[in-house]
Design a protein around this ligand. Structure first.
Ligand code: NI
Length: 160
């Protein structure tokens, strides 16, 4: 496995619609492994393939120690609402308030191309919404209520 370069907002690759994955290949398996490594290295809870420059409908999520691979994800159902801070590895140091459904039911393929259904609430539901939108070229900033908050400065102030 290897770390991949995370593309930063403004990179056109983040605005493109990704293509469905038709079959698992050694190359795609490698990509998924690299995506997990890159996400954990950057202390993120989710990463979508376009964020490492690959226009495939793949995202990886780990909000609570359970890693999920979502290939060709389709959101089947949502309900409720949650409003809270959201960030993105493609926009380091910034956060914004985004309202998302509090419950999400998603259908996806795993790394063995087997279909599964995942029901999620709270942070995992938020991550699923955020990551699946990346596959359609949508950044969370299009949903931010109010201004983006610079969190880098805050972090540096409290670091020592
Ligand atoms: Ni993101």
């Amino acid at each position: 496995m290897a770390l991949r370069t995370i593309r930063i907002m403004g990179d056109k690759v983040l605005e493109k619609k990704c293509k469905e994955v038709k079959a698992m290949t050694p190359r795609t398996k490698q990509l998924i492994g690299d995506m997990f490594e890159t996400m954990y290295d950057a202390c993120g809870v989710g990463l979508a393939a376009p964020q490492v420059g690959i226009l495939k409908r793949i995202c990886v999520i780990d909000t609570d120690g359970t890693p999920y691979v979502l290939i060709n994800p389709v959101i089947l159902e949502t309900s409720g609402e949650q409003t809270g801070n959201e960030g993105c590895l493609s926009l380091p140091g910034q956060m914004g308030v985004v309202t998302r459904p509090n419950y999400v039911k998603v259908k996806a393929l795993n790394e063995n191309m087997e279909e599964y259904v995942l029901e999620a609430t709270e942070l995992l539901a938020r991550a699923i919404c955020h990551e699946t939108e990346h596959l359609d070229g949508i950044m969370f900033t299009s949903h931010v209520e109010g201004d983006l908050i610079d969190v880098t400065e805050e972090y540096e102030e409290t670091e020592d």
